[in-house]
Design a protein around this ligand. Structure first.
Ligand SMILES: *Cc1c(COP(=O)(O)O)cnc(C)c1O
Length: 392
């Protein structure tokens, strides 16, 4: 069955019944006999979708976890209240005192913070490697247990050669965990490319409407058991209303990403031709770092791209002039967004660009309105410059 068809049928209960799995708000699940209580406890040891107690999730969370497993081409998924909680929980499943983790230098800044604070305090040591590395020999130690990757990279979108990197890590007995928020299972499936664990911040495209926080970690093979144990022991789950909203968002994941992707590529191409722009970072543009890997391994691009402007460009006034792009962090909702970024800051293998940078999220608006909005903001900034020159 095609993916689009599966999106429309995730969580379907037996008929007659509602099209959506019901929101079940429950802590306690009641039984009328001890035997029934015991049987449920036994059943949940081998089946994550058994309704046993609120901390193990209820019906919509179970349906959502199964949907994520299918999207990610994995074997089991566990849900968390935020994307960062999913990354933290998944890292805790595989690392302990004395272990070493290798982290791609271009990782999401909050992930770097978690590793540098919590993991370090726990006695985990760490090192960073460049995004285009596929031979880890210069970076691994005898204690290396896990390689943490993110492709395309946060804010700058370099695309890694995941199949080659995973092959190298596996020869060394090291597992690979990917942050797959960019691809969200629809555009990119790290588990199918060789990774052992894939994490998605569902806050972004899975929810898709800027009103849900959610994280999911999906694993395959030997990586499943430690993840399941960690999720259960540490009491991680997703509340029923959040799971319901996220599952509703998933129904239109493919349709939305199609439009986000078209709009972002059109805007990125348009921006690249502007005289105020030095460089546009978008994995679908020819010549972008790792664009060949993306063409080989992915099924399209999302709504994100970053722009480096010429040195001295009045970035903040430009962003303030935009009417359809509000300023805000996060992305993946239906709306267009913009914010100043400095992807190189905090990285080891990169130096800051000469000009200011911004990251844009192309929403579901009509492309001609988005281009008109950017055109007006460029003109407003140029007009202000002209006035200064005239009166100065
Ligand atoms: C947003 C994001 C996260 C964190 O998700 P939250 O739900 O905000 O905690 C993790 N990784 C990437 C790449 C993200 O963009």
């Amino acid at each position: 069955m095609q993916r689009e068809t599966r999106l429309a049928h995730y969580g379907r209960q037996s008929l007659p019944g509602p099209a959506n799995p019901p929101v079940v708000r429950a802590s306690t699940i009641l039984h009328d006999t001890v035997a029934s209580y015991r049987a449920t406890k036994a059943a949940r040891e081998t089946d994550d979708s058994v309704l046993s107690y609120g901390r193990r999730g209820t019906t919509p969370a179970h349906a959502l976890a199964e949907a994520v497993t299918d999207l990610e081409a994995g074997e089991a998924s566990f849900l968390y209240p935020t994307g960062v909680a999913a990354l933290a929980g998944a890292l805790q499943a595989y690392l302990g005192a004395g272990d070493h983790i290798l982290i791609v230098d271009t990782v999401f800044p909050a992930t770097r913070s978690y590793c540098e604070t919590v993991l370090r305090r726990q006695g985990v040591t760490m090192g960073y490697f460049p995004w285009d590395c596929t031979d880890l020999s210069a970076y691994v130690t005898p204690q290396t247990r896990l390689v943490l990757v993110e492709s395309p990279a946060s804010q700058s979108f370099e695309v890694m050669d995941l199949p080659a990197l995973c092959a190298d890590a596996h020869v060394r007995g090291v597992i690979v965990m990917a942050d797959n928020t960019y691809g969200s299972g629809w555009l990119y499936q790290p588990l199918a490319l060789g990774c052992d664990v894939s994490v998605i911040a569902g806050t972004k495209y899975l929810g898709g409407h800027a009103d849900v926080m959610m994280g999911a970690a999906c694993a395959r093979g030997a990586a499943v058991a430690p993840l399941r144990a960690q999720a259960h022991i540490s009491g991680q789950t997703l509340a029923p209303d959040e799971a319901y909203a996220c599952l509703r968002g998933i129904r239109t994941l493919g349709l939305r990403l199609e439009r986000h992707g078209e709009n972002a590529l059109a805007l990125a191409t348009w921006c690249a031709a502007r005289p105020e722009v030095t460089r546009v970072l978008h994995p679908g543009l020819p010549g972008h770092p790792g664009a060949d890997h993306w063409r080989r391994d992915a099924r399209g691009c999302n709504g994100l791209f970053s722009v480096e402007f010429t040195p001295g460009f009045a970035l903040e006034p430009f962003l303030d002039h935009l009417q359809l792009f509000a300023i805000g962090s996060s992305w993946g909702g239906f709306e267009s967004l913009a914010m100043p970024v400095s992807p190189a800051s905090g990285r080891q293998f990169e130096t800051a660009p000469a000009g200011p940078m911004a990251r844009f999220h192309a929403g579901l608006e009509h492309i001609s309105d988005l281009i008109a909005d950017m055109t007006a903001a460029f003109e407003a900034v140029a007009g202000a410059d002209h006035q200064c020159a005239g009166t100065g």
